[in-house]
Design a binder for this molecule. Structure first.
Ligand code: PHE
Length: 469
């Protein structure tokens, strides 16, 4: 069982990189990172984020890949198998279960947001052909109306989930790898086009200065950077354990993880250049009014600004296509975590597992879809008091503030303190060669101490009332 052969599916060498990069690059890079960077005043926040990525995100990603590849199991089985002989034994399976649950919940609202990109892609296409016209409404109002439209929300959510299920059902190589290999280059191409185009926009210089200027960093900014490092690299919820379980032997884990991290970071920075070049093309006073609450900027202000740019008719739909592709390769990885659990632990066929898990995620996403204005009961549901408003918000709060940090914490502690040295060392050396130069730093410094301390600090802040959703 431990070394299940080809029956579970196996990525090609490059296929693994594409799939994992596809999982990492998503709404987190193109939507969330630009707006938290904007909210935290750019510059130093970006620097802190880069440090968090290297010192916390990357080591944890390597730990997930180690566990996944050495056990060839999805998260629950992977922890059970890896913990054989370690203190705690089978109980570690609970960590895998937490991650699987986290992937399930995250997917239920992530696919919903992803559905919005499809809707805006369609909107932009029609604007490109017929001219930009919102029928007298502001974009903010029309976005609000769209959110409050229950059937539309459910419809786009269903659409996105259906495509995700279709890909996962086609298997590791025939579905996941193939789609990632097709979409990722397209995504890269569109992004490069957008970046090059922004060289000519009046806001480009200021955008670059904003991204790289040096200024004070707040403790809040620091925490947010660490939290986002997890999210953006898809770690803390078993996605990299699952993909790692399909990774070949004789492929270097450290080098692969470094490549994934680097590409993910590059894309996040490029997305910032594109968005900030647009934002900073608007003059200061107007900007303050327009971007006060920038979380929804992708849907409320950006479309119009695209149409004020030369070539906007081409770039606007392309941009939403880009976001949609980025989101799809992430939803695929989230569904794969849940489906792989049903395949490995419950013996379901891949087709059944994909349909069943996808269907369940879809159903569970319905209250979220209806909590954005369509159904008052869901919109005002607030079991956690003032911290969250509505079902969607509550789910996001739970995943971002609890499941993700707890998943990362327990993983770091497991590999740092409980997994035997020889196991992690062998897994890292497989396909890489000598790891003795940095193994000590990775396991005994970063995973044992730095990562747990940083994550405990996040959890402490959350208990104190801070929210990173
Ligand atoms: N990394 C993805 C993003 O940045 C989100 C994600 C998290 C995907 C966890 C899978 C697992 O959008």
């Amino acid at each position: 069982m431990a070394n299940g052969s080809g029956g579970r599916g196996r990525f090609g060498q490059l296929g693994f990189i594409f799939a994992a990069v596809g999982s990492a690059i998503g709404l987190g890079n193109i939507w969330k990172f630009p707006y938290i960077t904007y909210a935290n005043d750019g510059g130093s926040f970006v620097l802190v984020y880069l440090i968090a990525i290297v010192l916390i995100g990357l080591p944890i990603m390597m730990a997930e890949l180690v566990i996944g590849r050495s056990t060839r199991q999805s998260p629950v089985g992977a922890f059970v198998e890896a913990a054989k002989g370690a203190v705690g034994g089978r109980a570690w399976g609970a960590v895998g279960a937490l991650g699987t649950l986290g992937s399930f919940i995250l997917l239920s609202y992530y696919a919903l947001i992803a559905g919005w990109t499809v809707y805006y892609f369609g909107q932009c296409l029609s604007w490109s052909f017929r001219g930009f016209d919102t029928g007298g409404q502001t974009l903010g109002d029309s976005f609000g109306a769209f959110l409050g439209n229950g059937p539309l929300q459910i419809g786009f959510h269903a659409l996105f989930m259906a495509v995700t299920v279709g890909v996962v059902a086609l298997g590791v190589q025939g579905g996941i790898e193939r789609v990632a290999k097709t979409l990722m280059p397209v995504l890269g191409g569109i992004l490069i086009l957008l970046v090059v185009n922004s060289f000519w926009s009046p806001g480009f210089g200021e955008a670059v200065r904003f991204l790289f200027h040096v200024g004070p960093v707040t403790a809040d900014g620091l925490l947010e950077a660490v939290g986002h490092a997890f999210f953006t690299l898809s770690v803390g919820m078993g996605a990299m354990i699952t993909y790692g379980s399909y990774m070949r032997s004789r492929q270097s884990i450290p080098r692969s993880a470094a490549a994934i991290t680097l590409l993910d970071t590059l894309v996040a920075l490029m997305a910032c250049i594109v968005m900030f070049s647009i934002i900073f093309s608007v003059d200061g006073a107007e900007r303050a009014g327009t971007f006060g609450k920038s979380a929804t900027i992708l849907f409320t202000t950006l479309p119009q600004m695209f149409y004020e740019m030369p070539l906007g008719v081409v770039l606007a739909p392309l941009f939403y296509l880009l976001v949609g592709f980025a989101a799809l390769t992430s939803t695929i990885s989230l569904l794969e975590v849940v489906a792989a659990y049903l395949i490995d632990r419950r013996g379901l066929s891949r087709r059944k597992a994909s349909l069943l898990s996808g269907g369940a995620v879809f159903l569970f996403g319905i209250p979220s879809a209806l909590s954005l204005g369509a159904v008052t009961g869901f919109s005002s549901w607030a079991p956690l008091g003032e911290r969250t408003a509505g079902f969607f918000d509550t789910m996001d709060y739970t995943v971002s503030n609890w499941i993700l940090p707890l998943g990362g914490l327990t993983l770091a502690i497991f590999v740092g303190w409980f997994l035997s040295r020889s196991k992690s060392r062998d897994a890292l050396a497989d396909g890489h060669g000598d790891v003795s130069r940095w193994y000590f730093i990775w396991r005994d410094v970063l995973l044992r101490f730095l990562c747990p301390v940083a994550i405990l600090w996040i959890i402490w802040a959350v208990i104190g009332g801070r929210s990173f959703a």
